[in-house]
Write a protein that binds this ligand. Structure first.
Ligand SMILES: Nc1ncnc2c1ncn2[C@@H]1O[C@H](COP(=O)(O)OP(=O)(O)O)[C@@H](O)[C@H]1O
Ligand SMILES: [Mg+2]
Length: 305
């Protein structure tokens, strides 16, 4: 296979502070591990996130994607390894800690209040007020104005921010959440499977806003199980399987076909073919699986068996 993995040794040394010449990433994980009781949810995970770059985390169900996010977002603590934000080691004890250093997370099941207007959702928990003391009141006009302006700046054209957010499509709601994170000064934006429940067109819309956030200088972590969504927008790809990294690539060193084949798991298909053969599986089924193995082997240049 032609895909060249990023060397784990040099990964964390690549970007350097122009003044001190020490390695500095917006966010870096070095050998991160997490277990829940006996279950090893993550082990030895190393990756970096930089300004204006999209780091994609790919993996099937149970791969450890959500666990990884929860550690970065301050919901869970890692058991081993080093998490650094702008070169400084951190261990978050609450989501507030992560938010304070500019790490914002957009979860798949967005925490929105469907009947509330878009502008209320945009400012939820961070409402603007005017006046002070007993004369303090919500500055509604200002909040509406900012919401409209910020959404427009992300290329989201809404006629009316008074509309209940529940009337927006799933994709539009994801976009509002991204615009909100950008407005409130996020440096790292984590998106947990934002396209999983969306159709092709809606997914395209969300992918566009991921690039908008990137172009505004954020470091984006894009979680997905779909290589077709990851490849066009990603700069780096971390592949997880059962809590372990099975590859970490720079875009220039991997093709979409190779990424897809890695996700499909050529080695596992080969194993399945063997097993079916040994079980005296139906000839056609075995042949079919063997055909798939050959196909994966062809795209990756690897031989399995
Ligand atoms: N709170 C938890 N307690 C026990 N096991 C968990 C917990 N959260 C996740 N796991 C286990 O850790 C592994 C990784 O899960 P997860 O991070 O949710 O994967 P993904 O998001 O990629 O589907 C799975 O085996 C899962 O069952
Ligand atoms: Mg998950």
């Amino acid at each position: 296979m032609n895909a060249k993995e990023i060397d784990q040794q040099t990964l964390l040394q690549n970007e350097r502070d122009p003044l001190t010449h020490t390695p500095v990433h917006l966010l870096s994980l070095d050998g991160i591990a997490k277990h829940y009781g006996n279950i090893i949810a993550l082990s030895e995970v190393t990756m970096a996130v930089d300004n204006g770059r999209v780091t994609c985390v790919l993996g099937d169900n149970g791969a450890g994607k959500s666990t990884l996010i929860k550690i970065i977002a301050g919901l869970h603590q890692h058991d081993a390894g080093i998490l650094k934000v702008m070169g400084e080691e951190r261990k978050f004890t609450s989501p507030r800690d992560a938010l304070d250093v500019g790490i914002a997370t957009v979860y798949q099941d967005l925490a929105v209040v469907p009947l509330m207007p878009i502008w209320r959702n945009f400012f939820l928990g961070s409402e603007l007020t005017s006046g002070f003391g007993p004369f303090k009141s919500m500055d509604v006009e200002k909040m509406k104005e900012i919401t409209l302006k910020e959404l427009a700046a992300m290329g989201i054209d809404l006629r009316d921010v008074e509309q209940p957010i529940g009337q927006l499509s799933g994709g539009e709601r994801q976009c509002v959440a991204i615009a909100r994170a950008v407005y409130f000064g996020a440096k790292v934006l984590i998106l947990d499977e934002p396209t999983a429940a969306l159709g092709v067109k809606q997914s395209g819309v969300v992918l566009r806003y991921i690039l908008q956030a990137r172009d505004r200088g954020l470091g984006v972590i894009f979680i997905t199980h779909n290589p077709h969504h990851a490849f066009p927008v990603g700069d780096r790809f971390l592949l997880l399987k059962r809590g372990k990294s099975i590859g970490y690539y720079d875009k220039k060193d991997i093709t979409l076909d190779e990424l897809t084949a890695q996700m499909a798991g050529g080695a596992e298909l080969a194993e399945l073919a063997h097993e079916l053969e040994q079980l005296g599986g139906h000839g056609d089924v075995v042949k079919e699986v063997q055909g798939e193995v050959a196909e994966v082997a062809q795209t990756t240049g690897k031989t399995y068996g």
